[in-house]
Write a protein that binds this ligand. Structure first.
Ligand code: ADE
Length: 224
């Protein structure tokens, strides 16, 4: 999978993409992540990327030309399955969206700043708008990191068998059951006996019961 990210702040991505699983996914060739500085596409002599909103109002708007040229230059090279705009107006990110996106070959993710982007970019290029929750960030970069992380781990080959995504919280609309590791008794805090019993079927049943109980208690909305 190839992900092209359009941003005014490419350095914001350095940490999240150069550690742990996302780094390994890139090194192993499962994911290619390319960062593009929108400012480099500006034809303005001062490399400006924003302008005042028509009709007045507070805040600046990301101008159409640098973004349009950046998207056009990428689309001239290959087909993109999705051109995603990170925005609090978008559909809220859910595991089902991550699953779908992880099957894509090539995607573009556009990160907004200031008051947002010229509407014509949304009308003519954007195929999907994603929000990571009902709150406003200073820009789309941190949200884009969340999207990339949640989809790259699902690309076939990225997770080992032990890390399998099939048992993730949300993968079947249930929260994950509690997990424990050694020691089985920590200063009197004991691991449930059933997990030490070696009885696989009973353990599986216990995990399912726990997952259901947790979901009912903490996220009843998931069961609807
Ligand atoms: N940009 C600003 N706030 C955002 C949010 N909540 N989700 C996605 N992109 C954003």
């Amino acid at each position: 999978m190839r992900i092209d990210i359009l941003t005014l702040f490419p350095d914001l991505f350095t940490g999240p993409f150069s550690e742990s699983m996302i780094r390994r996914a890139q090194e192993a060739g499962h994911a290619e992540i390319h960062l593009h500085d929108i400012r480099e596409f500006s034809k303005d002599k001062h490399k400006r990327v924003d302008d005042y909103p028509f009709g007045g109002g507070a805040g600046m708007v990301m101008a159409i030309q640098p973004i349009a040229d950046a998207i056009e230059s990428l689309k001239a090279e290959r087909h993109y399955d999705h051109v995603i705009y990170m925005s609090p107006d978008g559909q809220t990110l859910k595991q089902s969206i991550c699953n779908t996106l992880s099957l894509a070959e090539n995607i573009i993710i556009l990160c907004g700043h200031y008051k947002g982007i010229d509407q014509r970019i949304r009308d003519h290029y954007i195929t999907m708008e994603i929000s990571i929750g009902d709150y406003v960030l200073t820009g789309g970069e941190l949200a884009a990191c969340v999207v990339v992380d949640s989809i790259v781990r699902l690309v076939p080959g990225v997770l080992s068998d032990e890390e399998s995504a099939l048992t993730d919280t949300f993968q079947d609309n249930l929260l994950a059951p509690p997990i424990y590791t050694r020691p089985s008794d920590y200063n009197g805090w004991k691991v449930p006996d059933i997990l030490l019993s070696g009885h696989e079927a009973n353990i599986e049943q216990w995990r399912m019961d726990q997952a259901l109980e947790r979901t009912k208690r903490l996220r009843p909305d998931l069961l609807k």
